[in-house]
Design a protein. Structure first.
Length: 658
């Protein structure tokens, strides 16, 4: 072997030897790398702290030791969660005799009473890191324990004990644990708890366990919306109550929801479900394991999916419907309002944030529990079963029609095949989607100006005719038959709904460019509804934009400026043209702007401004958006009328003659 192999390498400024190996102790790893424990330091991770503490209280309730939980948000960003359970043990820990069990739990990773399954049959905490992580990432944490008719307290800061365990004195009626904490600004900056988000979190937990009462309180000065200052949640019907509230007055395929609860054999846990099929809805899915939200589903979801598919196929065979054998899971799941909650021993999750359940046995347990109930739900009332079967078969027909559609994909210059595109599309010359954009404009006049104003290499123009179809209130056949929508789908090239593949998007940015008036806003709303319903992943990935063309051009001497709306115009007149005589021209539409003006104000990346349309990352917030779209754009006009009644008083403006 050559001695060159062992020759000294060039030395850098840092020395890499044993002294360079750093050992993090206690909770320091959490503060150094919070993303490993709570998924980051964004708003979602910030509120995950609240979920960790509330989950511990819920575990006490599910175990049968607590009946009441209190969630209180106070000034100073302090959140306090109290339960009337057994209370965290305070006696000396056998392994650390100088510390109480309370201090060990609060300051040591992977410590808790949920590993062996002796203290809790089922629980959401399985790694023993939840409350200690909250402690590590809080500037101040106070824990009070009422246990064995005595009250104890201990305070912590950034993971370290600030005081020893204090005995506060005797108590006769009090029991349980109180955890009060303030998230650390060194970790999260000036982020604050959102009352509405905490309120929804507490409410959702109450639905998951009918035996618990959750009390919500918030300092009035912290609330800026319609979130109540105080509320009490207790839902004897569990998920069935939740589903009833969520579906509201929407018409469904069946007059009754498919709801139920079943214990697993041999004390392995239980499952509860609630499913409804609204006639006009994108649907929503809520999955939980041991009261922990699992937004990405997992094995329990797979079990429910299998049970529903097998059940509806078997019922189709029973009534002689041969097409039923082709029903797929998406046909019965898509568009449904679905809630599933399981309690199992020793659950396994994909990560510490527990977004997906991976316990293999959950699929089998849920399928076996749900299947018999679903068979009875369909067969005991044949009219109900046939109504749901017909609804699902319509979904299946829609899926198969979409599958039969030819997917339009961007072809490279060497593909050798001619790409079929709408005749009205003026495409860009670049083959690589990176840096390209398609402008969707209304009418040939605007399209003509845009074509002259564009950068031919990177900007494509697709004119559409007037107001496109409102997809939120149309059936799939009508959507597919609409030429404007067909051209739009074909030009963008990534498919729709379950066949939408964002990686096949032919352009990096999709820009809605409509007139800066009421009609233009209406067309933009219809287009945003289309993308929200038909290509939600495109929106979620940030590819959709809204152009900001001007409504006015202001001229004074040799100086000119553009205003987006009346408010912007007034601002410019007050600042840029203060005291000067100003000539104001109003653009009736994009077609009235010459190509130079359109390029300068709306299309040139150096001088334009655009709004990116995005969807919230949080599941609960996405459901709020989905519900709003359903209310304002869906089939039921009563919801729009109600919205107008509720919000009309907030409109501040004047009527102008056209």
């Amino acid at each position: 072997m050559s001695d060159d192999l062992f020759a000294s390498a060039p030395q850098t400024s840092g020395t890499y030897d044993a002294s360079a190996i750093e050992v993090l102790e206690g909770l320091e790893p959490v503060r150094r790398r919070p993303g490993m424990y709570i998924g980051g330091t964004d708003e979602r991770a910030f509120h995950h702290l609240a979920a960790e503490v509330l989950d511990n209280a819920m575990d006490e309730a599910v175990a049968g030791h607590a009946s009441r939980i209190e969630v209180t948000l106070e000034p100073g960003n302090r959140l306090t969660i109290t339960d009337n359970g057994r209370g965290i043990p305070v006696d000396p820990h056998p392994k650390f005799p100088t510390k109480s069990a309370l201090e060990v739990i609060m300051t040591t990773l992977h410590s808790g009473g949920k590993f062996a399954g002796k203290a809790y049959a089922t629980s959401g905490g399985l790694h023993g890191v939840g409350v200690s992580v909250v402690n590590a990432l809080s500037s101040e944490t106070m824990v009070e324990v009422a246990r064995n008719k005595e009250v104890f307290r201990q305070t912590f800061s950034r993971g370290a004990a600030m005081t020893g365990l204090e005995r506060l004195g005797p108590t006769q009626n009090r029991r349980g644990t109180t955890v009060s904490f303030i998230p650390d600004t060194e970790i999260f900056g000036e982020m604050h708890f959102k009352p509405q988000r905490l309120y929804k979190l507490a409410r959702s937990k109450a639905y998951l366990f009918a035996g618990v009462e959750i009390r919500w309180r918030c300092a009035p000065e912290l609330i800026s919306d319609d979130t109540p200052v105080e509320a009490v949640f207790q839902f004897p019907g569990g998920l069935a109550d939740h589903l009833k509230e969520q579906v509201g007055t929407r018409e469904c395929a069946t007059s009754e929801f498919f709801v139920g609860r079943q214990e697993f054999p041999d004390g392995q846990g239980s499952v509860e479900w609630a499913v409804g099929w609204p006639l006009w809805s994108e649907g929503s899915y809520s999955y939980y394991c041991n009261t922990i939200p699992t937004p990405d589903g997992g094995t329990h979801e797979a079990g429910l999916r299998t049970a529903l598919v097998k059940g509806i196929r078997a019922f189709g065979d029973l009534v002689g419907q041969k097409k039923a054998k082709d029903i797929a899971a998406e046909d019965i799941m898509t568009g449904s309002e679905l809630m599933l909650s399981v309690f199992i021993r020793d659950p396994q999750f994909q990560s510490q944030t527990k977004d997906r359940l991976t316990s293999p046995e959950a699929a089998r347990l849920v399928e076996n529990a749900v299947k018999d109930h679903f068979d009875h739900f369909l067969a005991d009332h044949m009219d109900r079963g046939k109504a749901l079967l017909g609804f699902v078969l319509d979904r299946m027909d829609e899926r198969l029609r979409r599958k039969a559609e030819r997917e339009v994909k961007r072809k490279t210059a060497t593909s050798g095949r001619k790409l079929r595109l709408p005749g009205k599309l003026t495409d860009c010359s670049a083959d690589d989607p990176a840096g390209t954009e398609i402008f969707i404009v209304e009418g040939d006049s605007a399209g003509g100006s845009a074509k002259q104003a564009r950068d031919r290499k990177t900007q494509a123009i697709l004119p559409i005719r007037g107001k496109i179809l409102n997809v939120a209130s149309a059936n799939s056949a009508k959507i597919l038959a609409n030429q404007e929508i067909a051209d739009l789908i074909q030009a963008i090239g990534c498919g729709t709904r379950d066949k939408c593949i964002p990686d096949n998007l032919r352009y990096e940015r999709v820009v809605i460019m409509t007139d800066a008036d009421v009609d233009g806003a209406h067309i933009a709303t219809l287009l945003m509804t289309f993308f929200f319903q038909e290509m939600p992943e495109l929106v979620r990935r940030g590819h959709l934009y809204l152009a900001q063309p001007p409504l006015y051009r202001l001229v004074s001497g040799s100086k000119s400026a553009y205003a987006r709306d009346d408010a912007h115009r007034a601002e410019l007149e007050k600042t840029e043209f203060k005291g000067k005589k100003v000539e104001v021209g109003r653009f009736k539409g994009l077609g009235e702007m010459n190509p130079g003006q359109l390029r300068e104000t709306t299309m040139d990346p150096k001088t334009r401004s655009m709004i990116r349309i995005v969807l919230p990352q949080e599941y609960e917030e996405r459901m709020v958006v989905r519900d709003l779209v359903d209310r304002l754009m869906g089939k039921n006009p009563e919801h729009r009328f109600q919205f107008i009644q509720e919000n009309a008083a907030r409109v501040d403006g004047e009527v102008i003659d056209a």
